[in-house]
Design a protein around this ligand. Structure first.
Ligand code: ATP
Ligand code: PLP
Ligand code: MG
Ligand code: NA
Ligand code: MG
Length: 328
């Protein structure tokens, strides 16, 4: 694929492994997209290794870099993807940049699209400062698409999720409370005990305020992966643009782009299916690579993808060394 569209990323950067901007940039470039990235952190490795060197980028430096783009008119982006922000100040500056990019967008009126991954935590655990949560509750109002995981959807909506109808309820609440048009809850583990499936629930708000929900199930691999949220966001940026272009073509050819028919949420659901299909292939290869590596080192499993965080993390010297990296 090739693309003349420019995409802009605000996410963390690691030297080793594939999470954050390293993951998003690699994914997008593999799909032929041009990428401009500002790193919200510059770390040696994923924090799951338990030891890490490097720095968080101060909000002032992110702002300075953005001002640099502005002074040379390098702000002609048609999409923004924002990920992990290490402080409430950075969350605020992300909001400033998104607003400014939308305002300056010259691609076409309304042609700017902001995908926001409200990275706050996972599996019931908050891994950002508590003050970031209310900041995100403001920010999600301005994004076009948000990609919370189950825990983040619960934090944003205030609805606790223990069933599929709980997810639907949380999604409807987010549409209503924040007005966000598109939502994909990137992974939910609901249902009986150790389910074999991971569920992804997406929704687009119709003009009458109601939600059109869809659900995609994927086989759950027996491994904890890191960087998958970032890969999901990168793939989504590329696939959504394709899906929208396709829906637009259908509409122009007279295929009833009526607000009440399927075509309204079709782009998001189509894009999600494509994203998940790529995820599955990459994760299966990653798992195979991890297993091969573990075997050659004779270590027990417990680690994974783009930098790893096993259940017992990087506790042992051995594990820290071979936390498998994405090979695909
Ligand atoms: P973030 O925390 O970065 O906002 P997230 O927690 O929602 O994102 P993940 O839970 O890692 O991100 O899920 C993103 C996608 O990764 C899922 O939709 C799924 O396709 C894939 N994925 C993650 N873990 C697994 C797994 N164990 N088996 C199969 N697919 C997985
Ligand atoms: N640590 C670093 C440096 C990261 O870049 C990220 C994600 O981008 C994380 C931790 C958390 O990643 P995940 O939730 O995908 O494991
Ligand atoms: Mg997760
Ligand atoms: Na997510
Ligand atoms: Mg994640």
């Amino acid at each position: 694929a090739s693309s003349s569209f420019l995409r802009f990323y605000l996410a963390p950067k690691v030297v080793y492994g594939y999470v954050g901007n390293k993951m998003v940039t690699t994914t997008l470039q593999a799909l032929g997209c041009d990428v401009a990235a500002i790193n919200t952190v510059n770390f040696s490795n994923h924090t799951g290794y338990r030891q890490v060197k490097g720095r968080r980028t101060p909000a002032s430096e992110i702002r300075e870099l953005y001002d640099g783009l502005r002074q040379s008119y390098l702000t002609d982006f048609d999409m923004l993807v924002s990920g992990y922000a290490p402080s409430a100040d950075v969350v605020d500056v992300v909001g400033f940049i998104a607003r400014d990019l939308r305002y300056r967008s010259t691609v076409k009126p309304g042609g700017f699209f902001w995908i926001l991954d409200p990275v706050m935590g996972d599996q019931g655990r908050l891994y950002v400062a508590e003050e970031i949560v209310p900041s995100y509750k403001q920010l999600v109002r301005e994004a076009d698409l948000i990609l919370p995981n189950q825990f983040e959807a619960e934090l944003l909506s205030g609805v606790s999720i223990s069933s599929l109808s709980g997810v639907a309820n949380a999604v409807r609440t987010m549409h209503k409370t924040f007005g966000t048009r598109h939502i994909v809850v990137t992974s939910v583990g609901v249902g009986e005990g150790k389910s074999e499936l991971l569920t992804v629930v997406g929704s687009t708000k119709k003009s009458d305020g109601s939600a059109r929900l869809f659900k995609v199930e994927v086989p759950k691999l027996d491994c904890f992966f890191s960087g998958t949220g970032d890969m999901f966001a990168g793939l989504m940026a590329a696939r959504l643009r394709e899906a929208c272009a396709h829906a637009d073509l259908l509409a122009r050819a007279g295929w009833a782009p009526d607000d009440d028919v399927e075509s309204v949420d079709l782009p998001l659901a189509k894009a999600t299916e494509k994203v998940l299909s790529s995820m599955q292939i990459v994760l299966e290869k990653t798992l195979a690579a991890r297993d091969a590596e573990m075997q050659s080192f004779g270590t027990s499993p417990g680690a994974s993808v783009g930098g790893v965080e096993g259940e017992d993390g990087g506790d042992s010297e051995g594990k820290r060394k071979y936390l498998a990296q994405t090979k695909a």
